[in-house]
Design a protein. Structure first.
Ligand code: SF4
Length: 319
């Protein structure tokens, strides 16, 4: 009896919370930006959902709202605050950080720069504002290859994800990429054995992997791309079944956009605990109390903005 009642209560509770969020959003003139790895119910309340690049673009250009509620992790909200400093940017759960972003500090990066003075620094957006301020240009997994190709220097220090950096190196052999020893603890949990088992279970499926996965896993992929690339690939591919090698929140929109196709994750371990911290309750709390405002000190934000804007300009030119 309890689980059935509990589920019913849960559905009612979520419905009430969604109605409350809608009202608060209108009252406070707010918009809700949601990353593709968020819980399904958070993706349902999004004014806009997407990957880091798409969210950064919306945050940079939004003129209508006074407040942006960023349902993602801290570095994403920071990028929003950096790109649109007049806007109030809220992160519903202040503890929602990114362990990959925490694998580098500005001090350590400065040391690396001294070691390779002729190298340009490309930082993955999954990094703190301080690290961005120390870098020459940012990138996301959607545009990392394009960004690295655009750099004049032969040598590039790529931080902080070594797997993405290694993948970029394989696509841009004319550069010498100095890798940082960082990794995403979510993507690294996917093993080649998981992929072998999933392929045996779904023999007709195409395996699509995110470049944050390990090289062993990437070797087995039919296609390697960012989350934005996965939406395009799933839509255009003739395949009907897909094994998705990235955080499981992706399944929500892939299934919604492709009703005739089937999507699986190779392991339930593809779950980012930080991304899942945001709940409807926290979003309502955030809007009601205008917390937790993300502020970046001006001296850091001005330098980090240049790094982010350079990336946005490069991608804009190629579209
Ligand atoms: S999925 Fe990985 S990179 Fe993304 S927020 Fe979680 S830990 Fe960070």
């Amino acid at each position: 009896m309890y689980p059935a009642n509990h589920n019913k209560d849960d559905i009612l509770y979520k419905k009430e919370l969604k109605a409350k969020i809608e009202k608060l959003k209108d009252k406070k003139n707010a918009i809700i930006l949601v990353h593709n790895y968020q819980r399904d119910e958070i993706q349902e309340i999004a004014d806009f959902s997407g990957d880091s690049l798409a969210l950064a673009r919306v945050a940079a250009t939004d003129k209508k709202s006074d407040i942006i509620v960023f349902c993602g992790v801290r570095f994403m909200a920071e990028s929003g605050a950096i790109l649109n400093p007049k806007k109030r940017v809220l992160l519903p759960v202040k503890e929602s950080g990114c362990p990959l972003a925490d694998m580098i500090t500005p001090e350590k990066l400065r040391r690396k720069k001294r070691e390779f003075p002729d190298a340009a620094v490309v930082c993955y957006v999954n990094s703190s504002a301080e690290v961005k301020a120390e870098s020459d240009i940012s990138c996301t997994s959607s545009n990392a290859i394009e960004v690295v190709k655009s750099i004049k220097n032969k040598r590039v220090i790529f931080v902080p994800d070594k797997n993405l950096g290694r993948y970029v190196q394989s696509q841009v052999p004319e550069k010498e990429i100095i890798l940082w020893e960082g990794f995403c603890p979510t993507h690294i949990r996917l093993t080649d054995e998981d992929v072998i088992k999933a392929k045996a279970k779904f023999p007709d499926a195409e395996f699509v992997a995110h470049p944050e996965c390990s090289p062993e896993v990437l070797k087995m992929a039919d296609h390697i791309c960012s989350t934005a690339g996965m939406f395009r690939y799933a839509k255009n591919s003739k395949a009907k079944v897909f094994i998705i090698g990235t955080e499981s929140g992706m399944l929500y929109k892939l299934r919604e956009e492709n009703p005739g196709k089937v999507f699986h994750v190779p392991t339930p371990r593809l779950l980012c605990a930080n991304m899942k911290l945001t709940t409807l309750g926290w979003v309502a709390h955030s809007l009601e109390n205008l917390v937790y405002e993300v502020k970046v000190p001006r001296n850091v934000s001005e330098k980090a903005r240049k790094t982010l804007e350079k990336m946005l300009n490069i991608t804009k030119k190629s579209e």
